[in-house]
Write a protein that binds this ligand. Structure first.
Ligand code: GSH
Length: 252
């Protein structure tokens, strides 16, 4: 008889797109987890030990303690192969992995660091004013470059492959953060991409996580655990969070 795995611990708040990517894969594969929903800049010394780059997500179970959403999702795919979050043939798998990499690096750099960080993290975590010119420049220059590229690869309908994969998920999660930073995209200019992202965000796992994260995005950080408990999310008993930011705001 196989016993159900003990819940894994995931460190990181679901407002992070990288955390939502990992949570989506857990949800799709039925991997139970408990969350320590920290904002990375508020991590304590234990967090520095567990996450040397002081980034979220971190995934801990009975066998591993892992950093980096891609590494974590690959581990989940190997340990819990069904249902798979990778397409069935080698070429489609490689394409999905490329989109995951593009999302994690380029989309993350622009949507998260140049826009979301400026619009949301600076005022709400560091109590610093947002740099509106910097946000406007990213929205005018880098966001369209990304959208133009995505429009060349976005599927006309469905997903990158037959089923939703890690490539679709990794891209789609970043668009919620852009919306929370109050950036509207022109659906007429990038129709295939906007429709593909919406389809992916509407899949059950991402729809659930977007609802949860959207609520947190409107909730003061010191009330995140309470809000998550009310939403029925399992939480760790202890946290690696402190109340004051450990590191000054990055300039990007
Ligand atoms: N490549 C990493 C990126 C993770 C990442 O950048 N997470 C952000 C939150 S959205 C973070 O922890 N930033 C804190 C920092 O860089 O100091 C992954 O895929 O997990």
């Amino acid at each position: 008889m196989t016993t159900a795995p003990q819940p894994a611990t995931i460190i990181g708040g679901p407002v992070s797109p990288y955390v939502r990517k990992v949570l989506a894969v857990c949800e799709m594969k039925g991997v139970p987890y408990r969350l320590d929903p920290i904002v990375p800049f508020l991590g304590d010394d234990t967090f520095s030990d567990i996450s040397p780059l002081r980034r979220i997500p971190v995934f801990i179970d009975d066998e591993v303690s892992l950093c980096d959403s891609t590494v974590i999702c690959e581990y989940l795919e190997e340990r819990y192969p069904a249902p798979s979050v990778l397409p069935g043939n080698a070429a489609a798998r490689a394409h999905a992995r490329w989109l995951e990499e593009f999302a994690d690096t380029r989309i993350g750099d622009v949507f998260i660091w140049r826009v979301f960080y400026q619009a949301v993290v600076l005022p709400f975590v560091f109590q610093k004013p947002r740099d509106k010119d910097r946000i406007a420049a990213a929205v005018a220059e880098q966001v369209p470059q990304i959208m133009d590229y995505l429009e060349t690869i976005a599927p006309q309908d469905g997903f990158l492959a037959d089923e939703v994969s890690i490539g679709d998920i990794a891209v789609a999660v970043h668009f919620n953060n852009l919306a929370w930073a109050r950036v509207d995209l022109d659906g007429a200019r990038w129709p295939k991409t906007c429709a593909w992202v919406e389809r992916t965000q509407a899949t059950p796992a991402l729809a659930k996580l977007t609802r949860i994260a959207g609520r947190l995005a409107q909730t003061p950080i010191d009330q995140h655990r309470k809000a998550l408990a009310e939403l029925g999310v399992g939480l760790t008993e202890t946290s690696v969070a402190t109340h004051t930011p450990r590191r000054g705001p990055m300039t990007v």
